[in-house]
Design a protein around this ligand. Sequence first.
Ligand SMILES: Nc1ncnc2c1ncn2[C@@H]1O[C@H](COP(=O)(O)OP(=O)(O)OP(=O)(O)O)[C@@H](O)[C@H]1O
Length: 359
Amino acid sequence: MAHIELRNITKTFGGHTALKKLNLEIEDGQFFVLLGETGAGKTTTLRLIAGLEKPTSGQILIDGVDVGDWGAAERDVALVLQQYSLYPRYTVRENLEFPLKSKIRRVPDDEIKERVGRAAKTLRIEHLLERKTDRLSGGEMQRVSIGRAIVRKPRVFLMDEPLSALDAKLRESLRTELKDLQRRLGATFLFVTHDQIEAMSMGDRVGVLNHGHLVQTGTPKEIYDNPRDTFVASFVGSPPMNLIKGSLVGGRAVISAKTFELPYEGLATSGADNRPLTFGIRPEDVVLESGAPVAAKVHDVENHGVEKIVTLRIDDTMLRATVPASTDVEIEQDVRFAWNPRKVALFDRNSGVSLRHAG
Ligand SMILES: Nc1ncnc2c1ncn2[C@@H]1O[C@H](COP(=O)(O)OP(=O)(O)OP(=O)(O)O)[C@@H](O)[C@H]1O
């Protein structure tokens, strides 16, 4: 187990800056998820912590010790990758034993047997131990890859999109298993993904990375309820938060040149009045009601089992609402809607930053 701290980490490759002044702290025993689009700098962050890459500037501390001059082996962290790094002609047992048989570790034979047996039991792959790894399914291979990390008893587990090559159903069940595993091991996990559902469902804390900047860290709930900027607001949540241009006039939200107005309750509005804003409202906080203040046309309806996602059109403004599946709505139908005035987020239109977060 270990506590990890990144202080002011910048990493450039030639002229390209992959990470900019990254500050990040991961508590001992925490499941931390780094979420970002492709190219955001997630893998680079893991490689820096693993010691496979050196930062251009900044410090990396593990348990309070600066490990800048330490090699990968000395750091004692395990990296699990999306591609399974297994030896195909060897059995699962041999693959699990391999990390313990290196000259550096010198683990005694009976302890190797014990650790492999325990890891296989934890991951429910005991019945596969004598099978060659090229005869395994994707999910089984990924379990063995994780097993290779577990047997080493590393201080930290770094996981680079380990589930993204698997089909949706398997991914979902392995998500629960991994989270459960982390809890049982009490280990520090840093898991990176581009999948916001994965991040929100697994992380004790989530950090959102955008073009090498760590935009926000917080619990999944904090990030969902109170996104720092419009990037986070539109990245997290499915369907994403509605973002609508407008301004506040006397405590009412006026949407794009008086197309419509809605009540707003939230931050003291001084400083926000008449300033160009972007309003954010989650689809589940938009309600369809016959007596509601604004008229709209139904532009589209998607059935999602327990709920429907209805796209509303008000002149040139589109807005999505999540409604119960029992709601009767058809395309081109006239409806009326309101929003929950307490759930509206305000973003500065130019910077995109939430007024709640602005200093
Ligand atoms: N060795 C390298 N040489 C040059 N550029 C690199 C190198 N490694 C990464 N980069 C660049 O740094 C940026 C961040 O890459 P990184 O692999 O960390 O992103 P990522 O968030 O992990 O993306 P993905 O989800 O696609 O794996 C990208 O623009 C990438 O092209």
